[in-house]
Write a new protein. Structure first.
Length: 118
């Protein structure tokens, strides 16, 4: 497993702060263009999780490029056939979709989401 700042408790605090900022009415609209909170259910635990991610949207497709994927586990919930995901306040509304994670030959991970119709 990777070491360094991405495994530090500071990351948890930063994520909690980012989630909070996306929920502030004025700031949430400004931040929400590239940073969105996702909600998903863990495959093994069944628990619901929320985490902020940086996204790139192209129509009804959203791509999440996972930075330092070896130090994160959330994206593994979308390996294989993938699973359901919810974007909280994506362009002003909660949006659901189906997410599938892919790892390329260089180890980079992207999670591609096909959004459901609004």
């Amino acid at each position: 497993m990777a070491r360094g700042i991405f495994n530090s408790p500071v990351v948890g605090w930063f994520n909690a702060a980012a989630v909070g900022l996306t929920r502030v009415p004025v700031l949430g609209r400004w931040i929400g263009h590239s940073v969105v909170v996702i909600r998903y259910q863990g495959r093994r635990s069944g628990q619901t999780f929320e985490t902020p991610v940086s996204v790139h949207r192209d129509g009804d497709q959203v791509t999440i490029n996972v930075m330092t994927p070896d130090s994160k586990n959330w994206w593994r919930n979308f390996l294989g056939e993938g699973g359901p995901i919810t974007f909280l306040n994506l362009d002003g509304a909660d949006r659901t979709g189906h997410a599938i994670a892919h790892r390329d030959d260089r180890g980079k991970v992207a999670v591609t989401v096909k959004l459901d119709a609004p």
